[in-house]
Design a protein around this ligand. Structure first.
Ligand SMILES: NC(=O)C1=CN([C@@H]2O[C@H](COP(=O)(O)OP(=O)(O)OC[C@H]3O[C@@H](n4cnc5c(N)ncnc54)[C@H](O)[C@@H]3O)[C@@H](O)[C@H]2O)C=CC1
Ligand SMILES: C[N+](C)(C)CC(=O)CC(=O)[O-]
Length: 321
């Protein structure tokens, strides 16, 4: 069956951090958005988050007709998805909850509407088990802030059709994103495997009293973090091998892989470790509110994205290369 790819109406289920990011992105792309979230006060919180994101989206450039007024908040799942051309679920990360929710969403949705889940690492074969027309169900894993970061990992389950993967790629691209098809259905997909390894080591460093949370963040943001926005680890290390490239790099630094530089198992999340992390990060926050820091992050990220785009163009590359 051909799937809808020319989408006019976007349905968002769950409007927390990630759901509201999707709503902001879809509105900025000139779509009508219908949202549902069962929490009391969810509509007010959603509209507030969108207003906070809007200045960054205006700076980036809104699609013709884009407006925050094109958001409609509805009281039921069925009303949310009934007329939608595309559906994105961003509910809490619980298998039982997503299983039940997707049975309801897919039963009420148009049969040719693609359904995406924002899950960070649950397996689509498991939580789409009871879905109607599971061949159109995918994972579309975004990154925070969803309205600015382009990456979206697309993962199919056992019953997902190759046509649905292609349709999902086309839809996310039309929303200004850079889809990455994760070809094997593995927990954590690609990006979170990498991010979780870094996160685990960072917790060990705090737990061992080697560095504070602020020092660890400095080690990222003044170093590799800056280059990661335009060059991944493999290419970076190829250049680190000099003219002889990766082979020399491997010969020189390969033996270091046997040194005890990392702890693969995660540390126990003891009360002390949690307290150290919470206290360290609240010191880093200082007097700044979360909303103010989000605006700061958005401005800065836009500047980095613009700089990367300009430099790529100078070297004959497209932004997505
Ligand atoms: N926070 C993050 O950094 C990222 C989260 N994700 C994924 O996005 C999804 C949502 O996560 P967040 O937005 O961070 O969580 P959140 O806790 O900020 O928001 C979840 C929202 O879902 C609502 N909700 C509760 N029960 C529900 C139900 N039965 N059906 C629909 N909505 C319900 C809650 O009221 C809340 O507004 C999760 O699957 C998570 O793994 C993906 C990428 C990054
Ligand atoms: C912490 N997290 C696993 C939910 C993070 C993500 O999934 C992606 C991100 O934005 O870092």
């Amino acid at each position: 069956m051909p799937f809808i790819t020319d989408i006019k109406t976007f349905a968002a289920l769950g409007s927390g951090v990630i759901g509201s990011g999707w709503v902001a992105r879809a509105l900025a792309h000139g779509l009508d958005v219908v949202a549902w979230d069962p929490a009391p006060g969810a509509e007010v919180a959603l509209r507030k988050r969108i207003a906070n994101a809007w200045p960054a989206l205006q700076k980036q450039g809104l699609a013709p007709g884009a407006s925050q007024d094109r958001l409609r908040f509805v009281p039921t799942i069925e009303e949310c998805v009934r007329d939608a051309d595309f559906i994105q679920e961003s509910a809490p990360e619980r298998l039982d909850l997503k299983l039940d929710l997707h049975a309801k969403i897919s039963a009420a949705a148009k049969p040719d509407a693609i359904i995406g889940s924002s899950t960070s690492g649950l397996l689509p074969s498991e939580f789409y088990e009871s879905a109607t027309h599971p061949e159109r169900c995918v994972v579309g894993h975004p990154f925070n802030p969803v309205y600015l970061l382009p990456l979206v990992e697309i993962v199919g389950g056992r019953k997902t059709s190759p046509e649905a993967i292609e349709a999902a790629k086309s839809i996310y691209t039309s929303l200004g994103m850079r889809p990455l098809h994760v070809r094997k259905e593995v927990p954590g997909f690609i990006a979170d495997r990498l991010l979780e390894a870094l996160w685990r080591e960072a917790l060990h460093l705090v737990n061992d009293g080697v560095a504070s949370t602020g020092e660890i963040d400095d080690a990222i943001r003044f170093g590799a973090g800056l280059r990661w926005s335009f060059m991944g680890t493999f290419l970076t290390y190829t250049l680190a091998g000099g003219d002889a490239g990766m082979r020399h790099f491997m010969a020189q630094f390969g033996p270091a892989l046997k040194l005890p530089w990392t702890y693969l198992p995660a540390p126990e999340l003891t009360d002390k470790l949690i307290d150290d992390v919470v206290e360290g990060t609240s010191e880093q926050l200082g007097e700044h509110s979360i909303a103010a820091l989000e605006r700061y992050r958005d401005d800065t990220l836009l500047a980095v994205l613009e700089a990367v785009k300009t430099s790529k163009a100078k070297h004959g590359m497209a932004f997505s290369d």
